[in-house]
Structures are given as structure tokens and as C-alpha cells.
Design a binder for this molecule. Structure first.
Ligand code: MYA
Length: 551
């Protein structure tokens, strides 16, 4: 980026922050002026909902033509749905009428665009010229051809050629390297994220990463404190923006390299749309480059140039009554609440014999199983023993304090192994982590307790007979069935999983439902052909392109 365009960006931040400065604090507040600033969200529902309604109307008007015009629902899709409906409900229902089905599909498509899940021209893409920042970065640009070979986009530089001084911030702001070992500073990150981090489209739920979770996620072996980067207001030292990276080894198809996993990019709601995010991204890139690393992986709900894969969230309801109360789910017309509760009830105890919590003594066997299993996927994380230990054990919570409902104080990750009762070998393992969401402005419930499927493996994948595939599918179904039982015992309300790894094979039978949310995977400064996520790519089945789970 040229220094003059960079100056223009900084100027934009200076202009807006001068206004902020007069109010001296940066607490979120909603007022008319603020809404006109293009603030992306607010704590007060009236302001944000009236704003999003405005957006919805104009989008809806644009989209009707697109959906009804050349983007018609294909006849094959309509026929396929008719066949499914007839098979399930018989031929003589209103639901099996072809016109009704076409109309319903059109409405679903319109709703997708209105909710921002897809753009008029596809998946929320902006025209390339509109990505002023991303157009300058070493990432594949939207519409680029599939690369003939994998490799970097820009070559690595020697340390002395990497920019030595931090990128400038407006005069009222300063960079701050956060010390995650200091409980006060981790609490500051927690406070920033819990009020300003990712929300759903309707601003009903917002991720609430706990301080213990952040400590676990931000301190894997070899972490660098310089990659925990904050922006503070000079006058009162308030933390108003954050971005982080952690080191990891990534395999993309046949190439293995050191990379940075970038996460928790967050700008305070009052400083949105001021082009601060690009400055944070450039500064973390500089910090990462200074350590000799030039590649990164990151995920986002938004479509940027250019996803290497896209996965869909699936949700397995556990606490039906609460999920209905908070409108996370609803009782379908064909069901009653009582029946729904019955259908989603999990068994009282796990089913697999030999299932137990992972312990320190299991690390090398789990590492071996993990490494072999991850070869199934086009892209995966390569982990050392220390990393296995960190990812699966260090977030177990305080071992010396009593646990309640299968949850220790401070526990963020649950890892279970299956020990063969005869050979005592570890044949399988699974893990999930706790990531609750604040339920915004709900009179009764404050927190949605969500478990997210993390890594797993089964040695059934290495069976050599012709039945191996279906045996693995069955085994994973049982294994994940037990994960659901444990999550239910630990009082999670919902269990979430993405369409990655081998997940697509068990989601439906275990009664996961497709969610609204898509998660895009990105690689920085690395070119490779698209990887199978929500859909199959080049003969690779859905999910099997992605073997990296980002926290
Ligand atoms: S994903 C989670 C992101 N966080 C949230 O969604 C929390 C709530 N939202 C916010 O805090 C703000 O809206 C954020 C943007 C901070 C997201 N990733 O400052 P702006 C581009 C990348 O005016 P704001 C996660 O943590 C946008 O397209 N870029 O916007 C992974 C535009 O560029 P362009 C994003 O709304 C992060 C520009 O920023 C994202 O005030 C991976 C606008 O800037 C996004 N999620 O702030 C980061 N959202 O004009 C990349 C918007 O070109 C890492 N933008 O379209 C890259 C690798 C770096 C290391 C490399 C090492 C080798």
C-alpha cells in the first residue's frame, strides 16, 4: 500500500477519534450520530434493529429481481425436493405440490440474501475493486483462476528487510502488547471481546469467550507475547482493539510449513468502519514476519478475498426448552414440544466400553493416532507432543477443586479416549470445547452454553477390509453419540459442529440440524486449489478438505 493511501486511512481514524475524544471514555453508547457513523452494532436493540430493518428493505428490493430473474431455482432441485417430500409424506399433500415447493425455495433464497448470508450475485461478494485493503494483500483475489501449483504468493524476506517500526496509529491511540499472564490484562481482553466480538445476524447472541478460554487459546507452546496485540486510548489506557496470532505447523496438501493462526480480531463498536482493522492486520503481519513466518490461517463469517473453503455450522439441540425460550430453535409444525424433548433426549451414560477422560499418560498414543488420522484431510494441523498436551489437557480446569455436573472450575476443553479393555491401547479419542454466547437482552436467560466439536480420531480409519468406510462411519456415530451424552451431562444447551473432517457422515443421524452460519477458511500468502468443506471439491467428499479446527 502506498504511504499516501495509508495516510488517508489514518486520517480517517484521526477524524473520528477526535469526536470520540470529547466524550473522553469509549464506553459503547447508542445515539443518532453514532448510528450515522456506520457503526456495525450496538448494545441497545432499538437502534440496531431499526438500522438493520432499513438495510433489509433495500436489499430485499434488489434481490427479488435477481432471485426471480436469471437466478431461478433449477428444475432439478425442485424435482429432487418433490421426490423427497413424496417419499416422506406421500403424494397428496400440499407440501408435495411442485409450485408450492418452488415458492418455498424462492422464499428461502430471498431470506438468505436478506439475512446477509448470500449476496445478490452469490455469497455476499463485494466487487473486487471494493476491497481496498484486501486488494493490496498477498491473498488470492476473487475470481482468480485455480492455481496450477501450490505455493507462496510473495517470497519470504530476511528479517532486516521486514519493516522495523510499528505502523502508525492516530495520535490518541497507541499499540499495547498484552501480557496474557497478567490476570488484569486477560480480563481486559475478555471485557473487550465480551461486549464487542462476533454476533449473529440478528444481534441476538454474542460469543463470550471466558478468560480461562482465552488463556488456553492464546498460550500454546512457543506463543509469542508480541502476537497478542492491542490498541489503547492514550489518555485513559482503555483497550479498544485487539488481534492475536499463535504459532502452528500447517500442512496444506503436500506442503508443511510454520504459520500463524490469526484470531480474535476485534474493534470496539464505537470505532467501527474507520479502517482500523487493516492497521491491526498489517501490524500483526509485521510482527509475524519479524519471526520469519510469512503464512497464516484464519477464519471469518464474512466473505473476503478469497476463501479456500467454506463450512456450514450444524447444531445438535440438547436443552430443548431453553433453546426454544431464547429462540435458538423452534418446535416444527409436525411436532409437539413434549415429542421434541423426547426425540432429542440423550442416554444417561456413555455407551462405549473403555471410554474415559484423557490423562497425561495418553499423550503419546493420542498424538500418534491424531497424526495418522489427520492424513485423511487435505489440510491439517501438525502437532508436537507438547501441542497435543496443551490442546487436549491444559484446558481441563482446576484439577484440585471438585467438579460439578462433569465440569471442573475453569474447564474449557473436554477430551475423552477409548481404551481397549483387553489391549489397553487407545483406539479412539474425541474432544470438545466450551464457548458460551451472551444472550443479548433476554429477560430470563443470560448465557447460551454451547459445546463445539474439536479434534477426534479413530483407528477404525486404518482397517483394511472392504467395509472399512462404513465401519468408520458407524464408529464415529457411536463416538460422537457419547460426546453428546457427556456434553449433556456437563449441562451444555447445544453442541455445534462444522462440515469439516469426517463430520458430514454422522451429523444427520445424530440429529444435528443445519444452521444459518457459514465459516470461511482463509490462507494468507499461500495459494492452493479450493478445499472440500460444505460441498465436495474435485472428487474429495464434503468436509474432507479441512482438518483444522480454529477456536
Ligand atoms: S474473524 C472475527 C472478526 N471479528 C468480529 O467479527 C468481531 C466484531 N467485528 C469487529 O470487531 C469489526 O467489525 C472488525 C472489522 C474488526 C471485524 N477479517 O476497520 P474497518 C476488512 C479480515 O473499517 P471494522 C477473525 O478474528 C473489510 O473487508 N478482514 O472495519 C480473523 C475491509 O477491508 P476491504 C476484515 O468493521 C481475523 C476492512 O476490514 C474482517 O471497523 C483475520 C474494513 O476495516 C475480518 N473478519 O472492523 C484477519 N472484517 O476494504 C486477517 C472486515 O479490503 C488476518 N474486514 O474489504 C490475515 C493474516 C495476518 C497475518 C499474516 C502473517 C504472515
Amino acid at each position: 500500500m502506498s504511504s499516501s493511501s495509508q495516510r488517508a486511512q489514518i486520517q480517517e481514524i484521526i477524524d473520528t477519534t477526535e469526536a470520540e475524544d470529547q466524550s473522553s471514555t469509549l464506553e459503547p453508547e447508542v445515539d443518532g450520530d453514532h448510528a450515522q457513523d456506520g457503526d456495525a452494532g450496538s448494545d441497545k436493540p432499538q437502534a440496531s434493529s431499526s438500522k438493520s430493518k432499513k438495510k433489509k428493505k433495500s436489499k430485499a428490493a434488489k434481490v427479488l429481481d435477481a432471485v426471480r430473474g436469471k437466478n431461478e431455482i433449477p428444475q432439478e432441485l425442485v424435482s429432487h425436493v418433490v421426490d423427497r417430500v413424496v417419499a416422506e409424506h406421500g403424494p397428496n399433500t400440499a407440501a408435495s405440490n411442485e409450485d408450492n415447493i418452488r415458492l418455498a425455495l424462492e422464499q428461502m433464497k430471498i431470506m438468505d440474501v436478506i439475512k446477509g448470508k448470500s449476496g445478490v450475485s452469490g455469497r455476499g461478494k463485494k466487487a473486487m475493486g471494493e476491497h481496498k485493503f484486501w486488494a493490496t494483500q498477498p491473498v488470492p483475489q476473487l475470481g482468480d483462476e485455480v492455481p496450477p501449483e501450490d505455493g507462496f504468493i510473495e517470497p519470504s524476506k530476511p528479517r532486516e528487510e521486514v519493516r522495523q517500526e510499528p505502523y502508525p496509529l492516530p495520535k490518541d491511540f497507541e499499540w499495547s502488547i498484552l501480557d496474557i499472564n497478567d490476570p488484569k490484562q486477560i480480563k481486559e481482553v475478555y471485557d473487550l471481546l465480551s461486549l464487542n466480538y462476533v454476533e449473529d445476524d440478528e444481534a441476538a447472541f454474542r460469543f463470550q469467550y471466558s478468560a480461562e478460554f482465552l488463556e488456553w487459546a492464546l498460550k500454546p507452546p512457543g506463543y509469542l507475547k508480541e502476537w497478542h496485540l492491542g490498541v489503547r486510548v492514550v489518555s485513559n489506557q482503555k483497550l479498544v482493539a485487539f488481534i492475536s496470532g499463535v504459532p502452528m505447523t500447517l500442512r496444506v496438501r503436500g506442503n508443511v510449513f510454520r504459520a500463524s493462526e490469526i484470531n480474535y480480531l476485534c474493534v470496539h463498536k464505537k470505532l467501527r468502519s474507520k479502517r482500523l482493522a487493516p492497521v491491526l492486520i498489517k501490524e500483526i503481519t509485521r510482527q509475524v514476519n519479524l519471526t520469519g513466518i510469512f503464512q497464516a490461517i484464519y477464519t471469518a463469517g464474512v466473505v473476503l478475498p478469497t476463501p479456500v473453503s467454506t463450512c456450514r455450522y450444524f447444531h445438535r439441540s440438547l436443552n430443548i426448552q431453553k433453546l426454544i425460550d431464547v429462540k435458538f430453535t423452534y418446535v416444527p409444525r409436525s411436532m409437539t414440544l413434549a415429542r421434541m424433548i423426547r426425540v432429542y433426549k440423550t442416554a444417561a451414560q456413555p455407551q462405549l466400553s473403555g471410554l474415559r477422560e484423557m490423562e497425561d499418560r495418553d499423550v503419546s498414543e493420542v498424538a500418534d493416532l491424531f497424526t495418522r488420522y489427520m492424513q485423511r484431510f487435505s489440510m491439517g494441523q501438525v502437532m508436537t507432543l507438547d501441542e497435543i498436551c496443551h490442546q487436549f489437557l491444559s484446558g481441563r480446569g482446576r484439577m484440585d477443586e471438585p467438579s460439578e455436573h462433569h465440569r471442573r472450575p475453569g474447564q474449557v476443553v473436554w477430551t475423552y479416549v477409548v481404551e481397549d479393555p483387553e489391549t489397553h491401547r487407545i483406539t479412539d479419542f474425541f474432544s470438545f470445547y466450551s464457548l458460551p454466547s451472551t444472550i443479548i437482552n433476554h429477560p430470563k436467560h443470560a448465557l447460551l452454553e454451547a459445546a463445539y466439536l474439536f479434534y477426534y480420531a479413530s483407528d477404525m480409519a486404518f482397517a483394511e477390509d472392504s467395509e472399512a468406510d462404513s465401519k468408520l462411519k458407524k464408529r464415529l456415530e457411536t463416538l460422537m453419540g457419547d460426546a453428546l451424552i457427556i456434553a449433556n451431562q456437563a449441562k451444555f444447551d447445544v453442541f455445534n459442529a462444522l462440515t469439516l473432517m469426517d463430520n458430514c457422515g454422522f451429523l444427520e443421524n445424530l440429529r444435528f440440524g443445519a444452521g444459518d452460519g457459514l465459516l470461511n477458511f482463509y490462507l494468507y500468502n499461500w495459494r492452493t486449489a479450493p478445499l472440500a468443506g460444505v460441498s465436495a471439491v474435485g472428487g474429495v467428499e464434503p468436509g474432507k478438505g479441512i482438518g483444522v479446527v480454529m477456536l
